[in-house]
Design a protein around this ligand. Structure first.
Ligand SMILES: C[S@@+](CC[C@H](N)C(=O)[O-])C[C@H]1O[C@@H](n2cnc3c(N)ncnc32)[C@H](O)[C@@H]1O
Length: 472
């Protein structure tokens, strides 16, 4: 982060603007909106600045900048059209450890002024740190259309009602739930949009007695790694959660999107080492929900595909805990898409089968005869440790040794690596790979040469030679 975004209280605080043109006028306008006591120093003044001075809204000083003007000021804006003068102002302010903004010159500024969307008391500030002002402007325009005008009124009336909520609902999590429910259903917004403050207040009062105490669990699929593959619903629930129990496969970029003050609990699992962890996880889900918390159980990919989601839900049903399920993009969809390998194709594969290389100790074995049939795609989750068996069984049941195979490691992330080879080499292909790896077997893999589009900087080049891959 190049700049720390902060909102400054300037009410009745003396601020200085140097420069008397239209840019200075815009800055003065903003400072006045924030209630600052504004002094403008310039050689000549825009007529509107003069009018403000005549109306007693600002003080103007005709003349050149002198350092003593900085005495007792909280903040300074240099808006002259003379580079040297702006530089002198910046240096003098810096010497006094005073915050200074030099218009259009981030290098000389100790603070910059963001683009803003003003729905006071809701204010959204957008900055590109001076690197892409047009992009920042486009984002602002988008937000302007997204944020309805009445949102300011909504924030204001909520502020006025806060004490009433605090007095009625004793704990923080109940109060948060109250507000989320109220803002979430849109009724309050439409009343305010129509200007019906009386009914809005009645609704707020009535909602206080509704039951918001019951906790629940949302089983949320977080997708294969790229945070932008999260669903909107997943994001909304992550933003509302009191507690998030997450798996090892959920990336830190995704965890960064969870509401800041929710409790993040890792219930990470490694293949073959999670029997105790799973039962403890189930127990925690029930316990937190029964404490009235909103629990998000965040899992890599999709919870119902080799994710043990079903097992966790059975436990919730048995304990009478309410739940919902939010599907995620499973590794097969995400990794194949990012590697340019369509899982089906009218010319090469009429079906696709997902299997797991990791099964319960006494789990049923796979139907290798069916899996070895040509013109189908086989996707193997957690297949690397079983590469030897997969290769041997498929060859034994008639799959050709030259059937193309792809190993996609850390798919959809900036570290994605794709290794391509053939079935008869499968055991040697994944030697250097660490981290989650998905195996795709079938003729569709040949399309990767033509269709690969995702080339992040850290990614290893698509390789056909397993011995070139050294990723340790
Ligand atoms: C326990 S399974 C979980 C699957 C998950 N529920 C899903 O729907 O993707 C873990 C396996 O999924 C595959 N996997 C998950 N994310 C992956 C990724 N980003 N890249 C490659 N493989 C991945 C790997 O085979 C990994 O060993």
């Amino acid at each position: 982060m190049d700049y720390l975004p902060i909102f400054t209280k300037l009410e009745n605080r003396p601020c200085l603007v140097i420069g008397g043109g239209s840019i200075a006028l815009r800055k003065v306008h903003l400072l006045l909106k924030a209630g600052a006591e504004v002094t403008v120093c310039a050689l000549s003044f825009h007529e509107k600045l003069q009018q403000k001075a005549d109306a007693g809204q600002i003080k103007i000083i005709a003349g050149s900048f002198t350092e003593t003007l900085l005495d007792d000021k909280w903040l300074v804006i240099a808006a002259t059209n003379q580079k040297e003068v702006n530089k002198e102002i910046a240096e003098s302010a810096d010497k006094r450890q005073l915050l200074v903004n030099v218009v259009d010159n981030p290098a000389l500024s100790s603070f910059i002024m963001p683009s803003i969307v003003d729905r006071s008391p809701i204010i959204v500030a957008i900055s590109s740190g001076g690197k892409a002002p047009v992009l920042a402007r486009l984002i602002r325009e988008r937000l302007e259309t997204l944020l309805p005008m009445h949102i300011g009124r909504l924030a204001k009336i909520s502020g006025e009602f806060r004490h009433r909520v605090k007095e009625t609902l004793q704990n923080v999590s109940l109060r948060r739930r109250y507000w989320e429910k109220l803002f979430g259903n849109g009724q309050l917004g439409s009343l305010l949009q129509r200007g019906d403050t009386k009914k809005a207040l009645a609704l707020m009062e009535a909602s206080l007695t509704e039951d918001v105490a019951q906790g629940d669990v949302a089983l949320v699929g977080a997708g294969p790694g790229d945070p932008s593959l999260l669903t909107l619903k997943a994001l909304q629930l992550m933003q509302q959660a009191d507690v998030v129990l997450y798996d090892r496969l959920v990336s830190s970029e995704i965890l960064d999107l969870v509401r800041r003050d929710s409790d993040l609990i890792s219930v990470g699992k490694e293949a073959g080492n999670h029997e105790v962890a799973q039962s403890r996880t189930n127990q925690m889900l029930v316990e937190y929900a029964k404490q009235g918390k909103k629990v998000v159980r965040l899992k890599g990919g999709d919870s119902f595909i080799f994710g043990r989601g079903g097992e966790e839900l059975e436990e919730l049903v048995a304990s009478g805990v309410n739940f919902q399920v939010v599907p995620g993009i499973t590794a097969a969809s995400g990794c194949s898409a990012y590697a340019g390998i369509p899982l089906t194709h009218r010319d090469y594969a009429q079906s696709v089968t997902f299997v797991t290389g990791h099964r319960k100790e006494n789990g049923k074995s796979l139907d290798w005869k069916a899996l070895a049939i040509k013109n189908q795609t086989l996707v193997v989750y957690m297949g690397l440790i079983q590469a030897e068996e997969i290769q041997a069984q498929l060859l034994q049941f008639g799959r050709g040794g030259d059937t193309p195979v792809a190993l996609i490691n850390k798919g959809t992330t900036p570290d994605q690596h794709v290794v391509i080879g053939i079935l008869s080499e499968l055991t040697q292909l994944g030697g250097g790979l660490k981290g989650p790896t998905l195996m795709i077997i079938g003729e569709v893999v040949n399309l990767a040469d033509k269709l690969a589009w995702y080339n992040p900087e850290n990614s290893h080049k698509l390789s056909r030679d397993p011995f070139l891959v050294n990723l340790a």
